[in-house]
Design a protein around this ligand. Sequence first.
Ligand code: AMP
Length: 283
Amino acid sequence: MKEITTIKEAKLWLRTYQKKNLKIGFVPTMGALHDGHLRLIAQSRAENDITVCSVFVNPIQFNNPEDLAKYPRNLSLDARLLKSHGCNMMFCPSVEEMYPNGKQDPVDLEYGMLDKVMEGKFRPGHFKGVVTVVKKLFDIIGPSNAYFGKKDYQQLMIIKHMQASLGLPVNIIGCETVREDDGLAMSSRNLRLTIGERQVARRIFEVLCKVREKGTKTPVWELKEWAIKKIQEDSMFRVEYFEIADRETLMPVEAWGHKNQLVALTAVFLGDVRLIDNVELFS
Ligand code: AMP
């Protein structure tokens, strides 16, 4: 596996493959890799000639400086994992390489409500940072297919929207959430949970599953209230939001009887670690 840190070298290395019209699969990550990331790598390998993974903790998508400072990093372990999982190139640029002299060139797009609800509401500037870095990475890598997890459901919808509105020549592929044995969605942030917090963390997915099970038998508002209360029954949890929303527009719905398919999404603080998760309803 080739490890590359500069944009110039990445473009040069990729040119050989692009000239041969080979399919490049791309998995953007922030590292501290786990099986969720590796599942995206596996899917990319199955569907492309070569697979590139970027590892870059993108400072401009963090609205909370403490979250950025505490974000887990382990580049040498990431490199070993990617190599043993058949990734062809790891692109791990510095912040200065991506934003020389702090120049961000932010990508400003109109998303309707998509970037204003849930994560957009509670993490101001987050999606602008995500879209800016992903667009920059797409320009460098030139992938045919790019893989994103449904774990970050709203992010996936935003990236799909960005691809469509800019007419980028890349397929955006959403992959199912990979979970620990107890149901907790895998996340690099799970590393920050204390042993006690990790033991109770399953509650988030348990409540999401219960919501899916209860379905339309309970009014939407009552179900949301129930879910928040149920999660917070354990005082280690604090729910930031719990919404039931349209899968495409992510507009929260007020009542059932909605023709489109829905998704239940939540953001929860467990101690000082912010976790997000979701389940698709009626699939
Ligand atoms: P991150 O490193 O957290 O920015 O994640 C990089 C990519 O991996 C994003 O597209 C995430 O949605 C995806 N991802 C993270 N965790 C999981 C998971 N548990 N299952 C599937 N995809 C995931």
